[in-house]
Design a protein around this ligand. Structure first.
Ligand code: KG4
Ligand code: ZN
Length: 340
């Protein structure tokens, strides 16, 4: 079975072709980062319009690179939520229309299920069951993954997501959108221990997160550091990154302890962060556990991960009706199990 997948939930337009036997045949991506940079964040209406412009050429290129005529496709997967509703609808409309014209099934994929299953594209995929730490721009969750489609949220953020915390503090330091990777870059030049920010909720039992206090702590540090020299900016960036990495690692290990599981998947945009990867891998080794990541390009939004989730569900006989539907909000735990 061979499927085409389309991703358009936020500011990345992407298409991929995945074959059940031959694996990933092509994946194409266009990032709208430049388009939104002037505004310091994603402008939903501009995102939708740009998806309309980019998606079809990306689909054509992906099919050509995969040497796959449309008639060879057995199904189409597209991100149906959660995300920006206008952006989601551009991908949903294209996917459903193509599927209708080709008389093949189409399935709306949950964006976070895509992130969770991205490591399955790697040579050494994670075993089931495992614990997943999902850290993106909009979500921070610890999830017990019993099997594909069986997700139990163990804990999540009460306010900002980890990616959001990176982006907001980056903005305070004058870094351009999207700030996460830039803050991480700046942090490399920072001195450890020059600033220390709170690790909220670390002293309490449980697996909840809270990152909104970090913005305030960083804001006070920025204001108090007049003049804000290049070194101080780097020191603050380092302290922000350390507070986030510390909190995420400690809670992820706690989740392994609670569940008794030995495999940890880390996915979503923030899983591209080097400090987090190093810290988690070392900490997990100390606990006799192993960490599995997607390759760097599949940590952030892409269509290959949507193809993995879509192919699994289409193979299990699941697909959606003809209506073009998308959901801005969509609880992960409400997804049907694969075998239903
Ligand atoms: O998964 P993703 O591409 O989009 C969502 O579904 O949200 O995640 C994007 C988030 C942004 O907040 C971005 O700043 C953050 O991931 N991010 C990083 C790094 N790369 C991306 N944060 C810290 N360090 C990085 N290297
Ligand atoms: Zn994402």
């Amino acid at each position: 079975m061979r499927v085409l997948a389309i991703e358009s939930s936020c500011d990345e337009s992407a298409a991929a072709v995945l074959d059940a036997e031959a694996g990933l045949l092509a994946h194409e991506l266009y990032s709208q980062v430049e388009l939104h940079r002037t505004y310091g964040g994603v402008v939903p209406e501009l995102a939708s319009r740009d998806h309309v412009r980019r998606l079809l050429p990306l689909v054509k290129t992906a099919l050509a690179r995969a040497l796959t005529p449309p008639g060879d496709l057995a199904g189409i997967a597209y991100t149906a939520g959660p995300g920006l509703i206008g952006a989601l609808l551009t991908g949903a409309s294209l996917a459903r229309s193509l599927a209708y014209a080709l008389r093949i099934p189409a399935i709306g994929v949950h964006h976070l299920e895509g992130h969770l299953l991205a490591p399955l594209l790697e040579r050494d995929p994670p075993p089931f069951p495992h614990v997943a730490l999902l850290v993106s721009g909009g979500h921070t969750q610890l999830i017990e993954v019993a099997a594909i489609g069986s997700y139990r949220v163990l804990g999540e953020t009460r306010d900002d997501a980890a990616g959001e915390a990176f982006d907001k503090t980056a903005k305070l330091l004058g870094l351009p959108y999207p700030g996460g990777p830039q803050l991480a870059e700046l942090a490399r030049r920072g001195t450890a221990g020059a600033f220390t920010f709170p690790r909220p909720m670390l002293d309490r039992p449980g697996l909840e997160f809270s990152f909104s206090g970090l913005k305030t702590a960083a804001l006070h540090a920025v204001r108090g550091a007049a003049p804000l020299t290049e070194q101080r900016r780097a020191d603050i960036a380092r302290a922000v990154e350390e507070a986030i990495v510390d909190t995420l690692s400690a809670k992820a290990l706690r989740a392994l302890e609670y569940t008794g599981l030995r495999a940890l998947v880390v996915s979503g945009g923030v899983s591209a962060n080097h400090s987090l990867r190093e810290r988690l891998s070392a900490a997990a080794r100390g606990h006799g556990a192993r960490v599995y990541y997607p390759r760097l390009e599949f940590c952030t939004d892409n269509a290959a991960m949507i193809a993995v989730a879509g192919l699994a569900r289409l193979r299990a006989g699941q697909h959606d009706g003809l209506a073009i539907e998308a959901r801005a909000q969509w609880p992960l735990a409400s997804l049907p199990p694969l075998a239903a």
